[in-house]
Design a protein around this ligand. Sequence first.
Ligand code: XMP
Length: 519
Amino acid sequence: MTQHQRLLIIDFGSQVTQLIARRLRELNVYCEIHPFNAVDAHFLEKFAPRAVILSGGPASVTAEGSPRVPQSLFSMGVPLFGICYGQQVMMEQLGGRVESGHHAEYGRAFIAPAPGHTGDGIFAGLFGDGREEVWMSHGDRVTKLAPGFEVIGTSPNAPYAMIANEAKGFYAVQFHPEVHHTPHGRIMLENFVRMAGFTGDWTMASYRSEAIRKIREQVGDRRVICGLSGGVDSSVAAVLIHEAIGDQLTCVFVDHGLLRQNEAEEVVTMFRDNYNIPLIHADRSDLFLDALDGVTDPEVKRKTIGRLFIEVFQKYANDIDGAEFLAQGTLYPDVIESVSFSGGPSVTIKSHHNVGGLPEKMGLKLVEPLRELFKDEVRALGRELGLPDKFIGRHPFPGPGLAIRCPGEVTREKLDILRQADAVFIDQIRKHGLYDDIWQAFVAILPVRTVGVMGDGRTYDYACALRAVTSVDGMTADYYPFTHDFLGETATRIINEVKGINRCTYDITSKPPGTIEWE
Ligand code: XMP
């Protein structure tokens, strides 16, 4: 377990629980999210948090069998902060009362200070203009406070919107301080962690040295292999592990022939030339492209690529004597066990391609030095390790590569055209200084030919779609609002510079209902 001061977030299944963790990490506070049903008295003792936050959630404390926290939480002597459902569960378990069936409140609300309070404790610095704007999302509400609590702020529909038991360091709110729509939510969270004695010891420099120590401890004098995709996560993991164990690490970069323009060269140069990290460059494009011949179903494409990737990787890895560990760039959002109230597995939208299945098959143990980090923290760590900014800031790129940007059949001809069009689009975006404002941008080549006219001649070429989205985590996304000038200029450049494309469209679908990739 980490040596940092730790804050525990008990998750009751709110859609925005991860945002609590994000806000705290921004304050250099180390925290972990654990689902309520995994937190018992023993867990609390072992985790030894310096403070605990209870998240919101969809359940009603008035319903039988609804989630609770271990009663021992209230006698640990650590500060608590209950949010929405977290507030209600606190009141219920400490002797207050919560009722359903009142006027539900969703969206923006204003909190007024209770008589005699202008805000102190964790509410210090609020009510500057006499009220606080907050974001509410609740059906139930507290109707009687637990002993020892007092009201700090009220809204028309939540008379106990902000409450505190200063003596015990217990605080609770009916709204969500973690969302951006509560403009001063960050102040409350910051006050809370400072009051709980957090000194902001979660920094990338400290993470780096601690991670290096842990990797050395785990690996000893044995060998590690790392599957490199050229993406930020696996690259940062590889550089970090190399710093820890040097040449005991070998990277395997499987080139499946579905990479973007110059991508393979860039990855190989960075690892071999800049870092001197042992790297096997397995160019197996023919194997992959032959296997994809005639395949049009997106899931079959994904599964074919995933299966071959594992086979190729395994073959090269077997040649590395004494490899006992597989390094992966797993991130914290992949690790968080979200609480599912709907029960049952969620539907498979797309079979994601990763090296899952390999460790058991090959009898390898995992090294996952990024397991505690969010994506932007991985980028910060990459910078700390000296990776070039241009590399760190690269847009995410999916494991199955260009195959899923080529709806219908994947051919070498289409891939060539796609690579060129994609390079022009990205060049345009960089030239206009938009690259860092965009989560991901790419071109998809469509499986239709359309008629055009160039000069005095008729053309009959492929159509393509530009896709550019903003997103926080890839789970939801909005299309990027380019200007018409930008779109016009880009379409002209693609059609003029790329032989084989004579029509260009811009995809303005958000996610949901669309997905970011086309397949
Ligand atoms: P979708 O298309 O599901 O994509 O909206 C969300 C994000 O995930 C990326 N993506 C993948 N990444 N392996 C990956 O490593 C995959 O199989 C895969 N499929 C989609 C996609 O590029 C976007 O960033």
